[in-house]
Design a protein around this ligand. Structure first.
Ligand code: NAD
Ligand code: UD1
Length: 353
């Protein structure tokens, strides 16, 4: 298929591009490079052994999208583009609604204008809010405590209305749990601006010596060791989930032998790991110490969050295959390849102390 990946040079988009290209799809990567670099295209070409088509553009620019959809005879869109930092969304809500909600409206208008009606949307487990029960299935009540989460809720509601309005739309909303890790080549991974907020990249920087220690946000949660539990999923598994979603959409979306126009599916492993379990696994894989100290709970954090994954298996025929060891190893490899200076410095520091 000819597929447009908005936000295609970003973290999840670039890994999905690898999987889709290797499955024989033709892709166009559109990005405004606000959180990625054009060089990601060169890295992808190195991995794939063939050039990738990339376009600098903003999803809020409907005319540009229409031109792109027509020029490349696009048949399906995967919509990754958007802003994703929870704390930043509280400080800059208008930007979040503009890039995420307005950006999606612009995309939908362009798709409507060109008759492209197959869409996969990047949603998030954040739409479940504070879990009322675990594992989280797709029927769990939805809520949001910050503008980022609310932008995802708004978009999901809009997509449901669009799918109801016209039988030709076929849409899958994928609710990602906690994506981690990187492609085995170490050529692509998550772009970080400043100190990471998320656990796995922070641990990688502690292991390399770029950060002195990890703050473990709370050890008094009602979890086995008191630290927060999450459903970490390898980004390559996540990428394969998109391939499965596209296959189902292009075959004519059906649920229980009934035609469907929109479905929502969790992408997780179904397995939760605590902060301390991740620390231990990372130390084993990297051979580096990850010093930590217990800090107060982070405001807005929940105790535990992990997915019910049976719908993904039933509807998409997909399940995560990679385990924690592989997630940590690829995250460490990305750290070493992408920030060699920091890792070398850390080695000197450790040797002299
Ligand atoms: P990312 O920041 O690495 O990728 C997003 C890409 O979109 C970036 O390359 C950025 O430059 C681009 N972009 C942003 N605004 C744009 C705009 N207006 N027009 C064109 N391009 C724009 O993020 P990611 O981790 O790859 O996330 C992809 C999607 O998945 C996002 O929608 C995010 O909300 C969602 N998601 C991510 C996570 C996660 O932990 N990474 C979890 C759940 C959901
Ligand atoms: C965060 C986002 C969520 C997003 C998800 C995607 C917040 C409040 N939520 O969720 O919207 O969908 O990332 O990956 O930002 N931790 C530490 N020390 C650290 C960093 C994290 O102890 O330095 C702990 C956290 O308290 C949590 C776990 O590690 O228990 C995972 O944290 P993180 O990677 O930030 O993910 P989420 O909190 O699940």
């Amino acid at each position: 298929m000819n597929i447009l990946l908005t936000g295609g040079t970003g973290y999840i988009g670039s890994h999905t591009a690898v999987v889709l290209a290797q499955a024989g799809h033709r892709m166009v990567l559109l990005d405004n490079y606000s959180n990625s670099q054009p060089e990601v295209g060169d890295r992808l070409a190195q991995i794939l052994g063939q050039p990738v088509t990339q376009i600098e553009g903003d999803v809020r620019d409907t005319a540009r999208l229409i031109e792109t959809l027509r020029q490349y005879a696009i048949e399906a869109v995967i919509h990754f583009a958007g802003l994703k930092a929870v704390g930043e969304s509280v400080a800059r809500p208008i930007d979040y609604y503009a890039h995420n909600v307005q950006g999606t409206i612009s995309l939908l208008q362009a798709m409507q204008a060109t008759g492209v009606k197959i869409l996969v949307f990047s949603s998030s487990a954040t739409v479940y809010g504070d879990p009322q029960y675990l594992p989280l299935d797709e029927q769990h009540p939805l809520s949001a405590t910050n503008p980022y989460g609310r932008s995802k809720l708004h978009i999901e509601a809009m997509l449901a209305d669009v799918a109801r309005s016209d039988d030709h739309w076929r849409i899958i909303c994928l609710r990602y749990f906690n994506p981690v890790g990187a492609h085995e080549s170490g050529l692509i991974g998550e772009n970080l601006r400043g100190a990471p907020n998320n656990l796995m990249p922070f641990i990688a920087q502690v292991a390399s010596g770029e950060q002195p220690w990890l703050n473990v946000y709370g050890n008094d949660y009602p979890t086995p060791d008191g630290t927060g539990v999450r459903d970490y999923i390898h980004v390559m598994d996540l990428a394969e989930g998109h391939q499965a979603a596209l296959a189902v959409l292009s075959a004519g979306l059906e649920v229980c032998s009934q035609p469907a126009h929109l479905i929502t599916v969790n992408l997780g492993t179904g397995q939760g790991y605590s902060v301390l379990e991740i620390v231990k696994a990372f130390e084993a894989v990297s051979g580096r110490a990850v010093p930590y100290q217990i800090a107060p709970r982070r405001p807005g954090d929940i105790a535990a969050c992990y997915a019910q994954v049976s719908k993904a298996a039933d509807v998409l025929g997909w399940q995560a295959r990679r385990g924690l060891q592989e997630m940590c190893a690829s995250a460490w490899n990305w750290q070493v390849q992408s920030r060699p200076g920091a890792v070398a410095k850390a080695r000197c520091y450790r040797l002299s102390t």
